[in-house]
Design a protein around this ligand. Structure first.
Ligand SMILES: C[S@@+](CC[C@H](N)C(=O)[O-])C[C@H]1O[C@@H](n2cnc3c(N)ncnc32)[C@H](O)[C@@H]1O
Length: 243
């Protein structure tokens, strides 16, 4: 392995406790990254998980963080009378409000916990947004995925959102549109570094997840993000539907 270490669960805990950081910074993003985009991100999520067209569902958000997107999701769930189960460190969960249909379970997923176990086979939707990359870099990704799928009821869906794919990024940067993008210094910042490529997710990893999930009794699809999303040129989503 070469290059910088990726952020760990403990790094996120420390950032969550730091009062000098904004919500975005606590989850490892510069403020500029998603500024004003959380509504658009949630809209894109709702085209893949039917959160707005349904009511009274159980939604589990693994690695919820504490940025605007999570606050928007909390509001949406309140309006639609969904139960929202938020999973992250205690430090991160403390940044979020309390509410009637909000269940906070602290810990590094997967873990044994009575309340969490009560959702096994009962959850309608699982969201795991901008999280899998850190699990891939630091932990056992397949264990994480199988334990998440275990929470789903038959017919339930699991969106693994915002997965950085270095091969997708390279295809983009080599295209005419990508070459234009490279001329804009503000956009290029942080998008072209090729250090620690061996720690990055690529086509082979994303396609292996699809194959693994299909072999374990689920349907699984690789899907693009709305092109207006900040990282749509190099990130994509996986939708898993339990049979
Ligand atoms: C980049 S942030 C994304 C936060 C949020 N999902 C969003 O998109 O706004 C990653 C979050 O995942 C959490 N996380 C990382 N690994 C986790 C794990 N194994 N179990 C639970 N949370 C985890 C971190 O604490 C952090 O809050």
């Amino acid at each position: 392995m070469s290059g910088a270490k990726e952020l760990t669960f403990d790094d996120f805990k420390k950032m969550a406790k730091n009062p000098k950081l904004s919500g975005a910074e606590k989850i490892g993003f510069p403020d500029s990254y998603r500024k004003g985009k959380s509504k658009l991100i949630l809209e894109d999520i709702c085209t893949k998980l039917l959160l707005t067209k349904t009511k009274n569902k159980i939604i589990v958000d693994i690695g919820c963080g504490c940025d605007d997107l999570t606050f928007e999701l909390i509001d949406l769930c309140k309006k639609n009378n969904h139960t929202l189960v938020l999973i992250d460190s205690e430090e991160m969960l403390k940044q979020l409000p309390k509410g009637k249909n909000l269940v906070k379970i602290s810990g590094k997923f997967p873990f044994k916990n009575k309340v969490l176990d009560s959702y096994i086979g009962k959850s309608d939707f699982i969201l795991c947004y901008s999280v899998l990359f850190y699990v891939f870099a630091n932990d056992n990704m397949y264990l994480f995925l199988h334990e998440a799928v275990n929470l789903l009821k038959a017919g339930g869906s699991f969106l693994i959102g915002d997965i950085p794919n270095i091969d997708k990024r390279d295809r983009f940067l080599q295209s005419a549109e990508g070459k234009k993008f490279l001329k804009n210094n503000a956009q290029v910042k942080g998008s072209t570094a090729h250090d620690n490529r061996d720690q990055k997710m690529d086509d082979s990893i994303l396609l292996a997840i699809i194959s693994r999930m299909r072999r374990s009794g689920c349907e699984a699809y690789l899907i693009p993000q709305n092109e207006k999303l900040p990282m749509a040129n190099r990130r994509e989503d996986i939708l898993i539907v339990k049979r």
